[in-house]
Design a protein around this ligand. Structure first.
Ligand code: SF4
Length: 380
């Protein structure tokens, strides 16, 4: 396969400027990204919703006082991470502005992933920007209003999303667009990329479905389709004015390393984050997980310290050790830069160290008929 030279290619990106200085040497003590699900309340009813969001807030959500303490606890990492306020819809919390203000005052980079509902206005974005919000992430899941609105479950969501993206970038906000790739929009990847071209966004984050929550198993793509999607993204990454990254598809790094190793070494492989490796998730009730897509509870705030859980929980430490990987991921010559989606492995097999189920790559010397925990000596 011949691929064009790229100019903005990286699987590393941050939803904000300036980027945080972070390297693999930091994996063991500090995450790069902490996702905090402020609430599961949301007025959308997305088909693939990880959180199975509800219209109203849960009575056991962390209250304001505990939320402020959680922010303080997150600042205690040796290298303070970026804090991404997600949901549900964070705008369903009436203390959102207080929380953003507190986190910014504590010197955290803060980004927001709101839902495109009437709660999200440009005045609200401007107010949050004035408080120091570093970035905004918006979801776009189809090339047409009909497709996106069906996916999101609310008419008008597509138009509102594009309007907010345009308005936010015009006011200088760093905007990341998140797209979930599935069987039904696989053919729209190029059209969506073109739709985003003039909008001034910083990053397009392409998420590959993990069958949890309302993530429909029937929408899951074949392993071969992943590589076709990777080829599309890699080509587009050389053409578009924004960065393109993948989420829950670390085998994109394997694809890039195979097809453009000189680019991979420079840009794509420098910080190979994965579930629990550079990433942590705190739920609306304080439960701590490796990510929002890997529902293996490792602790609970405020009883447990996020720093202690990240650094010492057996689940987190296993996830950070590529030598614990099983099956063909354990035998793979790309395991340190890829390792497969641990969340998808868990969703499909209930073993977070099992082989990535949606990777077409066959490592050298690997035989699929071998035992499940096979770790072969690599031939190259
Ligand atoms: S076999 Fe596993 S580690 Fe190797 S490229 Fe595929 S997903 Fe990544």
């Amino acid at each position: 396969m011949t691929l064009p030279p790229g100019n903005q290619r990286t699987t590393l990106s941050f939803v904000s400027r300036p980027p945080i200085s972070y390297s693999p040497a930091d994996f063991g003590h500090s995450p790069l990204l902490v996702f905090w699900e402020l609430t599961r309340a949301c007025d959308l009813v997305c088909q693939h919703c990880r959180a199975c969001a509800q219209p109203t807030r849960h009575p056991n959500e962390l209250d304001t006082a505990t939320s402020l303490k959680l922010i303080d606890a997150i600042t205690l990492f040796p290298k303070p991470p970026m804090l991404i306020l997600t949901g549900g819809d964070p705008l369903k919390r009436d203390d959102l502005r207080q929380l953003v203000k507190h986190a910014v005052e504590r010197k955290l980079h803060v980004a927001l992933t709101p839902s495109a509902t009437p709660l999200l206005t440009l005045d609200a974005v401007r107010e949050l920007q004035d408080m120091g919000l570093a970035g905004l992430a918006m979801s776009l899941d189809g090339a047409t209003a009909a497709h996106h609105d069906t996916f999101r479950g609310v008419a008008g969501s597509y138009d509102r999303t594009l309007s907010i993206i345009q308005g936010a970038t015009a006011m200088g906000m760093h905007v990341q667009v998140n797209t979930t790739v599935t069987r039904s929009n696989f053919d729209q990847i190029e059209t969506m990329a073109e739709t985003l071209r003039p909008l001034g966004i910083g990053t397009w984050s392409v998420f590959f479905l993990v069958p949890v929550g309302r993530g429909l198993a029937t929408e899951r793509m074949s392993p071969e389709a992943y590589d076709l999607a990777f080829a599309k993204l890699w080509k587009l990454a050389g053409e578009m004015p924004y960065r393109i990254k993948t989420t829950e598809a670390p085998h994109y790094r394997r694809f890039v390393a195979q097809h453009a190793p000189e680019q991979a070494a420079r840009a794509v492989l420098s910080v190979p984050t994965n579930d629990g490796r550079g990433v942590m998730f705190v739920s609306h009730t304080g439960d701590i997980y490796p990510t929002g897509f890997l529902p293996k509870k490792c602790g609970k705030f405020p009883a447990d310290s996020p720093v202690d859980i990240y650094q010492n929980s057996p689940v987190f430490t296993e996830l950070r050790d590529p030598n614990r990987l099983k099956g063909k991921c354990g035998a793979c010559n790309f395991k340190t830069v890829c390792g497969g989606s641990r969340a998808r492995a868990y969703a499909v097999t209930r073993d977070y160290l099992a082989a990535e189920p949606d990777c077409a790559y066959i490592p050298p010397g690997w035989t699929p008929t071998g035992p499940a925990n096979q770790r072969l000596a690599l031939t190259s």
